[in-house]
Design a protein around this ligand. Structure first.
Ligand SMILES: [Fe+2]
Length: 365
């Protein structure tokens, strides 16, 4: 990172990092929160889309779901999914497992798995304030990709290479397998809305890669609060889309780029928050935006004493796939690019310039 940016630190704006971006992002915002100076949009309602229509409504239901989902995403890049069929008890179990993972292991145990790039994705453990080099986020995170799970296509899987103990992987595997079943319905519905062949990505998204992230936001101290530090500063997701089971402590805020106000997003327990990322903005020729969001402190001060837990699942394409604007979306604004090059070019803003991998040198990764 250049010296100017280092001096600016968290006072930088997202536009200071525009050289890394691989899709158009005209919105300009400060990375850190500016309490008292920012405006909130209390009118915008993030749409709720009922997947029951997709699963049980026949052709008419799939069409209706596609229309609802597509217009929600085109409007704000976020939607709330209900009727997805995943048992809420599984989310409760996962929540407890995340708590156990961060509260019963030592920092040394966790640091033994400190994150490293493998393919596109920085995988492993991220200590508090170390999520990225530009975001001193008040969160501990842990990223597990497909290879960290004992799935059918992962014959030589070794649990101890990824997990800080036994018993975590089987619970989280249930969740990623359940959420995997939503990938094609969501992608087909988006493609249908865009006016192209709904099954265009079926093969590429079968057994695709993903980043399943455990987030543990410790309770907020008075000094953290006074410093203006946020739980997770403003950013856009890199992926195709993210499934975020509704967390039980509030704080997620979404930037409405039409008025540059923040929307507080509170989804009902058991629902899944869905948002589109940079891969999808690229494929959809900017129709589905990669929307800025962040995690702030909870509105209710009593909740400051509670950790916040979340476990988003980011859906990726494998590194050798080509990201190409899909047919039917007008004159392409972007040329084709490999997923590896695209992904690491963006994320080098978070992990340093040497994180970027160009297509020619990627052979041995
Ligand atoms: Fe995010």
């Amino acid at each position: 990172m250049n010296k100017d940016l280092q001096e600016k630190g968290i006072e930088a704006s997202n536009q200071d990092f525009s050289q890394f971006e691989q899709v158009n992002k005209l919105q300009s915002y400060q990375l850190t929160e500016h309490q008292g100076e920012e405006e909130f949009d209390t009118d915008y309602v993030i749409p709720t889309c009922d997947m029951e229509q997709y699963f049980n409504g026949g052709e008419a239901g799939r069409k209706a779901f596609s229309q609802q989902l597509g217009s929600a995403l085109e409007g704000i890049g976020f939607a709330i999914l209900t009727g997805h069929g995943i048992d809420q008890a599984l989310y409760v179990s996962c929540n407890e497992k995340v708590r156990q993972c961060f509260e019963t292991t030592s920092i040394e145990d966790r640091l033994a798995f400190e994150a490293q790039r493998h393919g596109s994705v920085n995988q492993g453990y991220f200590p508090v304030r170390k999520t990225t080099i530009i975001h001193p986020d008040l969160v501990e995170g842990w990223v597990f990709c497909r290879r960290a799970f004992g799935l059918a296509d992962n014959a030589d899987f070794d649990e101890s290479a990824f997990w800080p103990g036994v018993g975590y992987e089987p619970v989280f595997r249930q969740l990623v397998q359940a959420q995997e079943k939503l990938i094609l319905p969501v992608m087909q519905s988006m493609l249908r809305y865009l006016g192209c062949e709904p099954h265009l990505y079926d093969d590429r998204l079968t057994d695709t890669n993903f980043g399943f992230r455990l987030n543990y936001y410790p309770s907020v101290s008075a000094s953290d609060r006074a410093s203006g530090a946020g739980r997770m500063l403003g950013h856009e997701d890199v992926d195709l889309f993210t499934f975020l089971p509704a967390p039980d402590v509030d704080g997620l805020q979404v930037l409405n780029r039409n008025n540059m106000k923040w929307i507080r997003l509170n989804a009902p327990p058991g629902s899944i928050i869905l948002n589109t990322g940079d891969y999808m903005q690229r494929l959809s020729n900017d129709i589905f935006p990669s929307t800025t969001h962040r995690v702030s402190h909870p509105v209710n001060p009593e909740l400051l004493n509670r950790p916040r837990i979340s476990f988003p699942m980011a859906i990726y394409l494998w590194e050798d796939e080509i990201l190409e604007v899909v047919p039917g979306t007008g004159e392409p604004k972007y040329p084709p690019v490999s997923a590896l090059q695209f992904h690491t070019a963006i994320t080098s803003k978070y992990y340093g310039a040497d994180y970027a991998v160009d297509q020619q040198s990627s052979e041995n990764d």
